[in-house]
Write a protein that binds this ligand. Structure first.
Ligand code: FPP
Length: 258
């Protein structure tokens, strides 16, 4: 049963909150959690605000959930921040989304460094504006020695393109004699993906009531547990995150066995 929580503060956690965290940590914590952060636009619309206000509120939620994930002992948190399809949105919204990593990292990077969080990015960097890439590269560089949570932003990411690029690379390597066709296995293929340094997600969370994957980590999610919630991303709280992990802990993962 979930108890009402106050907003998360590292130095000021109520005992019920600490108890919940202890309880979660006493069981298997998902090592890699991936989140499709959906519902920012609807959150804003409900308040008669511009869509970008929802994205901005969503950015604050990223900060809270990152800290909590790190605290619980999650090793990797992958966040779908911008898809290869999101370029179709109005220019003003795209420009805003491209500025969010700068604002997020400009505000929170020192705290992330202190919390031992390592920032990474997964996606095609070619089309990203220079200012976005610069902020991400600085964060990756400043946190490269950190050993805590890996905060992995999926930015200009699309799974089908990722898989196609991997296939092309495999074909090249076979042609050049670097790879023996018969030795190609699931493990070898995974090394050609953008997530090559990460384990597959154990838990996928999607907010806002949409029940689909939207071209997100299609290969990597093969055996992942899914948690869908109607909560819109800007309303997604520590309580909701804890609930998702509790649900995960109640699942039986059989990987096709019995
Ligand atoms: C989907 O909601 C959300 C996005 C396309 C952007 C997600 C970005 C954030 C939550 C902020 C990211 C923060 C950092 C630090 C990079 P939607 O706009 O499709 O919502 P809707 O379906 O209600 O319209």
């Amino acid at each position: 049963m979930l108890k009402k929580l106050i907003p998360w503060k590292s130095q000021n956690q109520p005992s019920s909150f600490r108890d919940q965290i202890m309880q979660l940590k006493s069981q298997e914590v998902p090592s890699h959690i991936a989140i499709i952060m959906d519902g920012n636009g609807r959150w804003a619309k409900k308040r008669s605000l511009p869509r970008v206000a929802g994205h901005h509120e969503g950015m604050k939620v990223v900060r809270k959930i990152t800290s909590l994930a790190n605290e619980i002992g999650v090793k990797t948190l992958t966040l779908y921040a911008f898809s290869t399809e999101n370029w179709k949105r109005p220019k003003m919204e795209v420009d805003f989304l491209m500025k969010l990593p700068e604002e997020f990292l400009g505000t929170f990077l020192p705290e992330l460094v202190k919390e031992n969080v390592r920032v990474k990015m997964m996606g095609n960097t070619d089309k990203l504006p220079a200012h976005t890439l610069k902020a991400i590269e600085k964060a990756m560089n400043d946190t490269k020695e950190n050993t805590g949570l890996v905060l992995n932003f999926a930015l200009n990411y699309g799974s089908r393109v990722e898989i196609l690029d991997a296939v092309k690379q495999v074909l090249n390597d076979v042609e050049n004699g670097k790879l023996d066709k018969d030795s190609l296995s699931e493990e070898t293929f995974s090394e050609y993906l953008m997530s090559s340094e990460l384990q597959d997600p154990d838990l996928l969370i999607r907010t806002s009531g949409e029940i689909r994957l939207s071209n997100f980590m299609l290969w990597q999610l093969a055996y992942t547990e899914f948690f869908f919630t109607d909560v819109l991303w800007p309303d997604f709280s520590e309580e909701h995150f804890i609930e998702a992990i509790e649900v995960f802990q109640g699942r039986q993962r059989r990987y096709g066995g019995v």
